[in-house]
Design a protein around this ligand. Structure first.
Ligand code: NAD
Ligand code: FES
Length: 295
């Protein structure tokens, strides 16, 4: 069991928890994720690590309530425990693993909505190692902005954009990046983390701007174990699985349209049966939780 040390609401339906997890805290790096289960019968929830403290043996997660399991998680309080907290899983961020290649680069991070949480530890790590990137944080409206002050404290320039113009720049993150580039800003690398549709449009834009782009395909994961096949994604000419081979990939090579279509299909029994028929057993090795093995 893993005790909850801190719990707070960041915005409507978005929560942050600090969990006592010494093993994960000791080993994890930005970009990696954990799989959490609220109780013995709970489904596996893959969540990107949003911070860690090796002295306190704690790991922080930020999650949005999107179903029964995350709703149950949101109702836990300080002192309660979660049943499982497995990690660190996936590969650390490429910029951190290969820092010597990136340390002189001008980097812009683009965080969409809840994607601000996985961006934070990457920027913090870089900042602690002498590289302060620029960051764009975008949200639909002012009340959905999270971690803005925490990020401002560790980045070079923070640009905030809201779709409805209620705070900062009026427009989406892509409009914000276009405006920065038009004003003369130059970037060698973009890291985009947020909804799949956002990562698609950021990648389309950065391709025209000739800025190499890394995206995190965490949102297409279901069980996060390499077994369910939900996170299958075509990158260039290769089939990859986000939870095992990623979660980060070259945004200019990801087939986002296929990923979005698979995400939609995966939500229904009918859709999962279709994927199994089309893709064979790599679609479903049997995570035992989503029921797809009964299709
Ligand atoms: P949202 O839908 O409110 O979008 C956030 C911002 O993304 C918008 O304000 C806008 O600036 C940008 N955006 C959205 N659609 C766009 C488009 N078509 N073109 C250009 N920009 C666009 O975001 P939300 O509700 O907070 O998102 C939650 C999603 O983020 C979930 O799907 C979740 O899985 C995902 N998420 C991803 C990661 C990751 O590692 N990639 C981590 C946490 C959450
Ligand atoms: Fe990757 Fe299930 S989430 S195989």
């Amino acid at each position: 069991m893993y005790k909850i040390l801190e719990a707070k609401t960041l915005a409507e339906n978005i929560y942050e928890m600090k969990i006592f997890a010494p093993w994960v805290a000791k080993k994890c790096l930005p970009g990696q994720f954990v799989i959490l289960r609220v109780d013995e019968k709970g489904e596996r929830i893959p969540l990107t690590i949003s911070d860690y403290d090796r002295n306190l043996n704690s790991v922080s997660i930020v999650f949005q309530v999107v179903g029964a399991s995350t709703l149950r998680l949101s109702k836990l309080n300080v002192g309660d425990s979660v049943y499982d907290f497995v990690g660190p899983l996936g590969n650390p961020s490429e910029i951190i693993s290969n820092f010597s290649e990136f340390k002189n680069k001008n980097i812009i991070f683009i965080a969409g909505g809840v994607g601000s949480a996985p961006v934070y530890p990457q920027v913090k790590w870089l900042s602690n190692n002498g590289l302060k990137p620029d960051v764009i944080i975008g949200a639909r409206t002012k009340d959905l902005l999270i971690l803005t002050e925490e990020t401002r404290a560790i980045c070079n320039n923070l640009y905030i954009a809201t779709d409805d113009g209620s705070f900062g720049f009026n427009g989406r993150v892509t409009d914000m990046l276009t405006s920065l580039v038009n004003s003369g800003k130059k970037y060698d690398l973009c890291v985009a983390i947020g909804p799949v549709i956002m990562m698609k449009f950021v990648s389309l834009l950065t391709k025209t701007l000739n800025i190499p782009t890394i995206v995190s395909m965490n949102p297409i994961m279901v069980d996060g174990t390499g077994m369910c096949g939900a996170c299958r994604v075509t990158v260039g000419s290769e089939v990859k699985f986000a939870c095992v081979d990623g979660p980060e990939f070259d945004g200019h090579l990801v087939d986002f349209d296929e990923a979005i279509k698979r995400q939609t299909l995966y939500k229904t029994f009918e859709g999962r049966a279709y994927l199994k028929e089309k893709e064979g057993d790599t679609h479903h090795g049997g995570c035992g939780f989503c029921g797809g093995e009964n299709d």
